[in-house]
Design a protein around this ligand. Structure first.
Ligand SMILES: C[S@@+](CC[C@H](N)C(=O)[O-])C[C@H]1O[C@@H](n2cnc3c(N)ncnc32)[C@H](O)[C@@H]1O
Length: 276
């Protein structure tokens, strides 16, 4: 299938640097923030970050209540790190990774091999036009990627359609507090001048708007776990990576993100819901 148009500057950099050992260890498997049970023990090394990133994936799929034998769709699957983790820890699972970016999928296909009676496939496609029939999956996951999708509502509609009755959605996202409404022009400027240059097309949704979406789409209210504090050591690693890619713009983006997070304006949440 032809490569869809993607604007993911940070992935361009990761892909260009994957031969580099530190980049490979840090982002060659999971491309998301880390989770530290105790942030005082964070070691600020690539190896420690990789363990924390694995832990974050586990937190998200545990919120999806996955079980042996389930059919699971991981939307925005990156290099397949979450699929690899489920493959390692569960049996009889049918795992499907969906991603807009064929370059990432090619790496995932090389890196992740089904174990025992598990099956794995990686498919190119858009989260808002999921290329699978109705009632196909027990759980839909979206680890740290929903902010890129052209529409969260369209993604939830599609996730609901492909889920079996009683199926679950679990995801992680950067969620601004309500106060952000008063700073919308500043947020827009930040995204235009820095954020979009580092991370591509990104937008934010408040928790109240998430719950409103759930109601309109026919999903149960989102269950919420706030893990902001546990993710904070990620920023030290990101700043190291920005240095590695020698980009002052990336450093500014990550500094601003860190400070709005430390000020409590942006939270890192795990959200999960069941279809009604
Ligand atoms: C921060 S990365 C997270 C990757 C992966 N979930 C992980 O945790 O390692 C965001 C991912 O979203 C994917 N993505 C962006 N827009 C997408 C879309 N419309 N449909 C499917 N995937 C998309 C990107 O290609 C990228 O892999």
């Amino acid at each position: 299938m032809s490569q869809a148009k993607v604007n993911l500057p940070y992935f361009d950099k990761i892909l260009a640097n994957l031969e580099d050992e530190v980049t490979k260890t840090t982002f060659g498997n999971h491309v998301h923030w880390g989770y530290w049970e105790n942030v005082n023990f964070a070691q600020n090394t690539a190896q420690d970050f990789a363990i924390a990133a694995e832990k974050l994936s586990q937190k998200v799929y545990q919120a999806g209540d996955i079980k042996d034998g389930f059919s699971i769709l991981d939307v925005g699957c990156g290099f397949g790190g979450t699929i690899a983790s489920i493959n390692h820890n569960y049996s009889g699972v049918k795992l499907t990774g969906l991603n807009i970016d064929e370059r990432q999928l090619n790496i995932a296909r090389k890196q992740v091999e089904a174990r025992g009676d598990n099956s794995i496939k990686f498919v190119q496609g858009d989260a808002t036009k999921i290329p699978f029939p109705d009632n196909s999956f027990d759980v839909v996951l979206a680890v740290e990627c929903i902010f890129h999708f052209p529409s969260r509502a369209a993604f939830f509609q599609e996730a609901k359609r492909v889920l079996k009755p009683g199926g679950k959605i679990a995801l992680s996202d950067f969620v601004p507090t309500e106060i952000i409404k008063f700073f919308e022009p500043v947020v827009k400027l930040f995204l235009q001048d820095f954020g979009n240059k580092t991370y591509g097309n990104v937008d934010f949704l408040t928790l109240a708007n998430y719950q409103y979406l759930a109601q309109t789409i026919g999903l149960n209210n989102f269950q919420v776990e706030d893990i902001t504090f546990n993710t904070l050591p990620t920023y030290t690693i990101l700043k190291q990576f920005s240095l590695l890619s020698n980009s002052p713009a990336d450093q500014k983006t990550n500094n601003i993100l860190e400070w709005v997070t430390r000020l409590g304006l942006l939270r890192y949440l795990i959200l999960s819901t069941k279809i009604l």
